[in-house]
Ligand binder design. Structure first.
Ligand code: ARG
Length: 569
């Protein structure tokens, strides 16, 4: 990784005896580049060096000046108690662009995570419900985190913790037996299941006994009754088939589909352990873990009829995941509405005495609304994800038709860009922010959008296609890339690895989204201000090298977000 700052800090550490990391923290980035690329306020050293800041600055200046070239510096200046470092622009270009091109698709990656495992619980859809836009964020955020951690060397386990347990499945069986037929459900798929479920609730208003029947059939599922199980598994199959279409469109995959029902036979351990550790208390017939010491409402573990709950299943799943994968971290990419749920059961795991409770992390995100409307299944405001994605591709197809009438494979480009736009849009702002999805915002080719970044990638590809005649394998005159626009672009490429690390640290893919936008903007400015395929071969070759590097980093950035990088659009 090119890291001019750390190199300077290392040199300073040798002279001062102060820890390199400490010095790195003290090195500031001045607001204007005329004041240097980095500045050290020397008063920080007055205590250790027992001298006035200007004296320290001068001494360090004299000591470091001979090493200037090795540190990629053009010059060092002292201004009062400040030591200002000016990077050599040509050397910066050489170091950064070569590094990007050498690393290839691995640029920004590392082996920091080698030997470590991260479980990521994402998408986690509910059986018998059609995939709607409410599950978009968890799906794309989880997928991006998977790719980001993988880039950093971690082994990732993607888990779709299916919502496949609860009395609603007993009700669904009742509804199916009463009003459904195999053919109708086979044909209608998950929609037919939802209709049956709605019908159940309507009919139950007049016939309350239906509820008991529903509970009865749910008990049968739990007890492993053949007929109940086979119906239940069929419902599950239909839902997953529907979901798979969406996952295919989005390019999302999972390593495990162990959902809530998977833990049916793993509940005993949780209850026994809680009991043995004296953590369970009775409350109106139910068993709970009291969390009043932590200012939290009690965590419900067992209902009075002995049924386990969502939290019980999450605890069982965490124990299972720790045993099976020995994770270093287990992430739960779930909306902030479930903050309390996670706070509660994470606490219970901690009280059970598991030190790894600290490795459980709720990666919360905001709500999504659609063109100003809050979504509600009950009120009929639902946006199905497959429809949304298909519509995005269609709309993009029309835009491409207008913008690039001569493009060869318009369908393929429309697919890449349409889907990419939706994914990009979902990760544009910090994840905790609520999102309002608007078509013209997501699909705007000129805004800070997926299409804009993809377009920049395609532009780089196009420039490079036209550059056949230039010898890109020979010497590059790096001093051709010292202009402001090139330098700005190069500095952003340089920072990319840092951004990837930071995105992982905060579980915030939007940092990569925003950084790729910045790179695209900087490169486009460069593109407009300078002729890339210049008659001056020296200039052209250098600009083409930068173009290659930009193309590479944008493709990596998009890839980490789960978005394709079209070569033509
Ligand atoms: N199925 C749940 C829902 O749609 C999300 C499950 C999240 N994962 C978990 N381990 N609790 O709200």
């Amino acid at each position: 990784m090119v890291d001019f700052k750390t190199n300077i800090a290392q040199a300073l550490a040798k002279e001062t005896g102060v820890d390199c990391e400490q010095l790195c923290g003290w090195l500031e980035v001045p607001p204007e580049r005329e004041m240097g690329d980095y500045a050290l306020p020397c008063f920080k050293l007055s205590k250790t060096m027992r001298k006035a800041p200007p004296v320290i600055a001068q001494a360090l200046h004299d000591a470091l000046t001979p090493q200037q070239e090795a540190l990629c510096l053009e010059r060092i200046e002292t201004v009062g108690g400040y030591l200002n470092f000016f990077l050599d622009k040509a050397m910066v270009a050489r170091e950064v662009v070569s590094e990007v091109l050498q690393a290839g698709p691995r640029y920004g990656g590392s082996d920091k995570g080698v030997g470590k495992t991260i479980c990521i619980d994402y998408s986690s859809i509910n059986i018998a419900k059609r995939f709607h836009i409410g599950h978009l964020s968890t799906t794309v955020l989880g997928n991006a985190l998977y790719k980001i951690y993988q880039h950093l060397g971690y082994k990732c386990v993607g888990i779709n913790h299916l919502g496949d347990w609860g009395t609603q499945f007993g009700k669904l069986i009742v509804a199916f037996k009463r009003w459904g037929t195999r053919e109708q459900v086979e044909q209608g798929g998950v929609d037919a299941l939802s209709e049956l479920y709605v019908r159940f609730h309507q009919e139950a208003e007049n016939e309350p006994a239906l509820e008991d029947e529903g509970r009865y059939w749910f008990k049968k599922i739990e007890d492993g009754d053949q007929e109940a199980l086979s119906l239940f598994n069929w419902f599950k199959e239909l839902t997953l088939k529907d979901a798979q279409r969406v996952y295919d469109l989005l390019g999302v995959h999972f390593d495990s589909y162990a959902g809530e029902s998977f833990y049916n036979d793993k509940m005993g351990r949780v209850i026994d352990e809680l009991e043995a550790k004296g953590l369970l208390t009775e409350s109106q017939g139910a068993k709970v873990v009291d969390l009043s010491d932590y200012n939290l409402p009690p965590c419900l573990i067992l209902k009075s009829d002995g049924a386990t709950l969502y939290a019980t299943r999450d605890i069982a799943a965490a124990l299972y995941r720790k045993d099976t994968y020995d994770f270093d971290k287990c992430l739960y990419v779930v909306a902030y509405q479930q903050n309390l749920h996670f706070a509660q059961w994470f606490k219970v795991v901690e009280m059970m005495g598991y030190p790894w409770a600290k490795d459980l992390e709720h990666v919360a995100f905001g709500m999504i609304s659609f063109e100003g409307q809050t979504l509600s299944t009950r009120k009929g405001h639902v946006v199905y994800l497959d429809e949304l994605l298909e519509r995005a591709v269609e709309k993009t197809r029309a835009i491409i038709e207008e913008k690039s009438p001569n493009l060869e494979d318009k369908d393929e480009a429309a697919r890449q860009v349409g889907i990419g736009a939706v994914i990009f849009n979902a990760m544009q702002a910090g994840r905790i922010k609520d999102i309002d999805f608007w078509w013209d915002r997501a699909l705007n080719f000129d805004g800070e959008t997926g299409p804009y970044v993809q377009y920049t990638h395609a532009r780089c590809c196009s420039v490079l296609r036209k550059a056949q005649g230039y010898a890109l394998d020979g010497q590059t005159q790096w001093d051709q890339l010292t202009d402001e626009e090139a330098q700005k672009t190069i500095m952003l490429l340089m920072r990319f690895p840092e951004v990837v690390e930071e995105a992982a640290l905060r579980n915030e893919p939007s940092m990569i989204t925003r950084h790729t936008v910045e790179i695209a903007k900087a490169y486009n400015k460069f593109y407009y201000e300078h002729r890339i395929l210049d008659e001056d071969e020296k200039a052209a070759v250098a600009r083409l090298q930068l173009t290659r590097a930009v193309r590479q980093v944008i493709a990596i950035g998009l890839g980490l977000l789960g978005i394709e990088a079209p070569e033509r659009m």
